[in-house]
Design a binder for this molecule. Structure first.
Ligand SMILES: NC(=O)c1ccc[n+]([C@@H]2O[C@H](COP(=O)([O-])OP(=O)(O)OC[C@H]3O[C@@H](n4cnc5c(N)ncnc54)[C@H](OP(=O)(O)O)[C@@H]3O)[C@@H](O)[C@H]2O)c1
Length: 238
């Protein structure tokens, strides 16, 4: 089997996803840059290549089954298998007009957020599983948030975004149980509060700091933890 591992990062054109791509590329993985916008994707690929990283673009909108199917074909053609999948793409959803106040919750916002943050992960994961199963030590990392932790209940009240991450955590556990007798290791992570477009660049951590836990889980040894939720400090309570 070809020694060079390939990692697909969704939403890799900017923010934490770009930093995850950079970090995995820097330790020698070939990076498949999943991004929905052609220009932003190609700019990210060029930036990574300029830093000496082996990268290729994968057109990918996680809300579209067609786009996801085409992405599988792109990865298969370029790499033949997939070693690492980082489901990073995510949205916060609109908050204006009480859209994420539970007492005035806009269910269209909930649908949109869940379609990206949860169904998007399921679409991409299930479509990529056959390619992941061709790898010796496949890893799946779901980028969640401690806002989805029912124990911590941290951050602002956001009744679409926070529950989407609770559901992502729960589905991560279901995947880990289903894949427990395989070599596919699945975990969720929280990047912390990171300065990106997502937070209006008004947060203390850098994208590189936010990316570190995802990179660690993407490169776990074969006896690494399964079905957990982790940040830089260790286990995050569900
Ligand atoms: N920033 C934080 O403090 C923080 C904290 C906890 C968790 N997180 C999580 O970390 C992840 C990355 O967030 P970030 O802060 O890096 O946000 P960001 O800078 O807004 O980046 C989000 C990425 O997701 C992509 N994306 C959104 N919808 C997509 C779709 N339908 N298909 C494909 N890509 C899509 C975006 O692409 P476009 O450029 O095309 O929009 C962008 O590349 C998210 O899952 C978020 O929930 C962030």
């Amino acid at each position: 089997m070809n020694d060079t591992k390939t990692a697909l990062v969704t939403g890799a054109n900017k923010g934490i996803g770009f930093a995850i791509a950079q970090g995995l590329g820097a330790i020698g993985l070939t990076v498949a840059v999943g991004a929905r916008d052609d220009v932003r994707r190609e700019e990210a690929v060029e930036k990574l290549r300029a830093a000496g990283i082996a990268a290729f673009g994968v057109a990918l909108d996680v809300t579209s089954g067609e786009s996801v199917a085409a992405a599988v074909a792109t990865v298969e053609q370029a790499a033949g298998r997939l070693d690492v999948l980082v489901n990073n793409a995510g949205i916060s959803g609109r908050t204006d007009g009480g859209a994420q106040d539970p007492t005035t919750l806009d269910l269209d916002v909930v649908r949109t957020v869940v379609d990206t943050n949860v169904f998007g992960v399921v679409r991409v994961t299930n479509a990529m599983l056959p390619l992941l199963c061709r790898a010796d030590s496949p890893r799946i990392v779901n980028v969640s948030s401690n806002m989805g932790s029912l124990t911590l209940q941290t951050g602002p009240i956001m009744a679409a975004y926070a529950p989407s991450k609770s559901m992502l955590n729960s589905i991560t556990a279901q995947y880990a149980r289903r894949l427990s007798d395989t070599n596919v290791i699945v975990n969720a992570c929280c990047p912390g509060y990171v300065a990106t477009d997502f937070t209006g660049f008004n947060a203390p951590r850098t994208p590189q700091q936010g990316a570190a836990i995802a990179i660690r889980l993407a490169t776990l040894p074969d006896d690494g933890p399964r079905g957990g939720f982790f940040d830089d400090e260790g286990v995050v309570p569900w």
